[in-house]
Design a binder for this molecule. Structure first.
Ligand code: AMP
Length: 139
């Protein structure tokens, strides 16, 4: 399957639609998921195009996972979390809905289930959560 440069994450990367940005480096970009399944649920994407893990280069995967680790530590601090769930979906049968490679970072607490998918965030709350992660990244 070909990469579609009109996917929503490509538009976020081009600044065509807004996002709650958390972090970027030369190769990756991180922002809040607008339908968070846990407080602090965020997404790590490569700045260069690929649909998912299946067509990504080793360099894209390595860059994303390096950033996943940095941002996961910030999420643990920001939410006093006890663990991180990392999710990554590939193609429709694999549960993927947006076709630009992304890794979900989900801060977890013992005994607390993920919320159901598809529930839009309160954007004021999303910003306070983003502020906490940004502060942890800065500290
Ligand atoms: P999936 O492709 O199944 O990993 O799911 C795509 C994820 O992108 C879902 O968790 C959505 O909530 C999230 N999402 C969709 N549109 C946006 C957006 N504009 N900004 C942030 N997250 C988004």
């Amino acid at each position: 399957m070909a990469y579609d440069s009109d996917n929503i994450f490509a538009k976020i990367l081009r600044g065509e639609i807004p996002c709650e940005k958390l972090y970027e480096d030369d190769d990756t970009f991180v922002f809040m998921d607008i339908m968070p399944r846990a407080d602090g649920h965020c997404l790590v994407i490569p700045k260069t195009p690929c649909r998912n893990m299946l067509d990504a280069s080793p360099e894209q995967l390595a860059a994303c996972l390096k950033t996943v680790q940095i941002v996961s530590h910030a999420c643990l601090t920001a939410f006093d979390a006890e663990g991180i769930t990392l999710q990554q979906f590939n193609e429709p049968a694999g549960g993927q809905e947006v076709y630009h490679l992304h890794f979900h970072i989900l801060p977890r607490h013992e005994g607390v289930k993920l919320r159901p998918p598809g529930q839009m965030a309160d954007f004021a709350v999303l910003k306070t959560h983003a502020d906490k992660i940004r502060a942890a990244l800065a500290g």
